[in-house]
Design a binder for this molecule. Structure first.
Ligand SMILES: Cc1cc2nc3c(=O)[nH]c(=O)nc-3n(C[C@H](O)[C@H](O)[C@H](O)COP(=O)(O)OP(=O)(O)OC[C@H]3O[C@@H](n4cnc5c(N)ncnc54)[C@H](O)[C@@H]3O)c2cc1C
Length: 427
C-alpha cells in the first residue's frame, strides 16, 4: 500500500497584507496553513497610495472588483521638487507593460479584503496572537511556537510546523528574538499623516501629489474616495520646532508650506494623526532553519514612490510560489532563493528612491525636457520617449529591477546638462 506524502505545514504569524496573501495562495495549492491573527487593526493605517504593479496581484487574488468599489482610481502622480512647474506623470506611459492605472486605498478596508480572501481559502484561522520562542539548543530549527500556541492547532498533534513565517510587520518578531542585525537607511525622518475633508486638489481626479516642502522634507496628498490623505515627512532635527503634539506639528507643516496651504481655508482634519519614524530598515537575514520573514518583517525601503505594499504582497506571493504542498521542499535552497529575490527587489527600490532624494532624477528629467526644446526632431523625441517609458515603468514596479533600465537611468542621471541635482534634492 502506498501512502501519500504528508502535507506541508506552515504557520503564518500576522494577518496584514503579506500574511494574508501568503496564506491564501498556500491554501489554494493545498498546503496545510494556519494563520494567527493578532487582533483588530487600527482605524488609520499608513500606506494608501498603490502602484500599478499592485493591479496584477489583485487580479491574481480575484479581488480587483471589490477593491475598485471602495478605492479611488489613480491615473498617475505629480511631482513638485524644483522651482519649475510640477511634473505630471500619467500611467498611460506604461501602457502595454502594466495596467495603466492603480488605486488609492483606504487601508483598513483594503487590508480587510485581502484578509477575507484568505478567510475564504482553506486557511485555518486562529484569532489569537502567536508566541514564538528561540528553539532549545540541539534543535534543527532556530525558532518554535510555544506550547500554548501549538495547542491551538490540535490537528498538528503537538508537532512544530515545517515553517514559521513572520508576517508581523514592523514588530519584526523573529528578527528581534534572534537579534538579527539590520541595515538602516540614511534618512531619519518622522512621517505624520491624517485625513481631511474640504481639501482643494488641483487635479486630475485621483492623481497623487508628491512635493518637496519649504522646510526641507516632503509631503504627500493622496485623494481617497471621500477625503484627502495628507502626510508630511519632517527631518528629525527640526521636528520639535513644529509643535508639541502630532496634530500641532501636522497643521504647522501645512501652514508653512505654500503647496499644502493652497488646499484652502475650508480644510478640516477628520482623523487622528498617527506618526511613523525610522522606517528605512532591512534585516540582514530573512530566513533561517524553520522560519522565514515576509513583508515589513523582512524590510521596508521608504514611503517615497509607494512601493511598500506591493513589496509586502510580492514577498508573500514569491514565498507561496516556491513552497510545494506535499513533501519534497528543500528548505535551505528554497528560502535562499526567496531571500535573494526579495533582497534584490528591496535594493533596486532603494537605488531608485535615492535618486529622487538626491535630486538626480528630477535634474535628468529637466535635462530631457530642455533638450527637447533645444533640439526638436524625431530622434530626440524617440530617445526622450524611450527614457520616459523606462523611468515610469521603474516607478510603477515593472522595470525597477531590470539591468537595462537601471543602467539607462544611471546614465541620464550622471549627465544632467545645465541642471544641478542639488536644486531638486530633498534635505
Ligand atoms: C510613513 C509610511 C508611509 C507609507 N506609505 C505607503 C504607500 O503610500 N503605499 C504603500 O504601498 N506602502 C506604504 N507604506 C508601507 C506599507 O504600509 C507596509 O509596507 C505594509 O503595510 C506592510 O504590510 P505587512 O503585511 O508586512 O505588515 P502589517 O501591515 O504591519 O501587518 C502585520 C500584522 O501582524 C499582526 N501581528 C503582529 N504580531 C503578531 C503576533 N504575535 N501574532 C499574530 N499577529 C501579529 C499585526 O496585528 C498586523 O495585523 C508606508 C509605510 C510608512 C512607514
Amino acid at each position: 500500500m502506498s501512502s501519500s506524502p504528508p502535507r506541508t505545514r506552515i504557520a503564518v504569524i500576522g494577518s496584514g497584507p503579506s500574511g494574508s496573501i501568503l496564506s491564501a495562495l498556500l491554501a489554494d495549492k493545498g498546503v496545510d496553513v494556519t494563520l494567527f491573527n493578532g487582533g483588530k487593526r487600527p482605524d488609520m493605517i499608513v500606506g494608501e497610495s498603490g502602484i500599478p504593479a499592485l493591479v496584477p496581484v489583485m487580479r491574481r487574488l480575484g479581488i480587483e472588483d471589490a477593491v475598485a468599489a471602495l478605492a479611488q482610481h489613480k491615473p498617475g502622480a505629480t511631482f513638485s521638487f524644483g522651482s519649475e512647474s510640477p511634473i505630471q506623470l500619467s500611467f498611460r506611459s506604461i501602457e502595454g507593460i502594466l495596467p495603466a492605472y492603480s488605486y488609492n486605498l483606504p487601508r483598513p478596508q483594503f487590508d480587510q479584503i485581502i484578509e477575507n480572501r484568505a478567510r475564504r481559502s482553506e486557511t485555518r484561522w486562529i484569532e489569537k496572537e502567536a508566541t514564538i520562542l528561540v528553539a532549545p539548543e540541539g534543535s534543527n530549527r532556530e525558532v518554535i511556537l510555544d506550547d500554548a500556541t501549538l495547542a491551538l492547532v490540535p490537528e498538528w498533534q503537538g508537532e512544530q510546523p515545517d515553517l514559521i513565517v513572520d508576517a508581523t510587520g514592523r514588530r519584526r518578531t523573529v528578527a528581534k528574538l534572534l537579534k538579527i542585525p539590520v541595515k538602516t537607511g540614511p534618512r531619519k525622518d518622522a512621517a505624520h499623516f491624517a485625513h481631511y475633508a474640504g481639501w482643494k486638489h488641483p487635479g486630475p481626479p485621483g492623481q497623487i501629489i508628491i512635493s518637496r516642502t519649504a522646510f526641507g522634507g516632503w509631503s504627500w496628498q493622496i485623494p481617497l474616495k471621500d477625503c484627502m490623505s495628507v502626510g508630511v515627512v519632517i527631518p528629525r532635527e527640526i521636528l520639535n520646532s513644529f509643535g508639541a503634539t502630532p496634530g500641532e506639528r501636522l497643521e504647522a507643516a501645512i501652514a508653512r508650506d505654500p503647496i499644502l496651504s493652497a488646499a484652502g481655508p475650508d480644510r478640516k482634519r477628520i482623523s487622528e494623526v498617527p506618526i511613523y519614524s525610522n522606517y528605512q530598515l532591512i534585516s540582514d537575514r530573512a530566513y533561517g532553519p524553520g522560519w522565514a520573514a515576509v513583508g515589513d518583517a523582512f524590510g521596508f525601503v521608504d514611503p517615497m514612490l509607494s512601493p511598500g505594499m506591493w513589496i509586502a504582497l510580492r514577498s508573500g506571493e514569491c514565498l507561496a510560489d516556491l513552497i510545494q504542498a506535499e513533501g519534497g521542499n528543500r528548505w535551505d535552497t528554497l528560502l535562499a532563493t526567496y531571500e535573494s529575490e526579495m533582497r534584490g527587489r528591496l535594493t533596486a527600490w532603494q537605488e531608485l528612491i535615492e535618486k529622487f532624494y538626491n535630486g538626480q532624477m528630477m535634474a535628468a528629467y529637466a535635462t530631457g525636457e530642455s533638450f527637447m526644446k533645444m533640439i526638436p526632431g524625431p530622434l530626440m523625441k524617440i530617445f526622450n520617449r524611450h527614457v520616459d517609458r523606462h523611468f515610469a515603468a521603474m516607478c510603477c514596479g515593472a522595470y525597477t529591477e531590470r539591468p537595462y533600465s537601471r543602467k539607462l537611468l544611471d546614465f541620464v542621471c550622471k549627465n544632467p546638462r545645465g541642471f544641478d541635482p542639488k536644486d531638486y534634492a530633498i534635505g
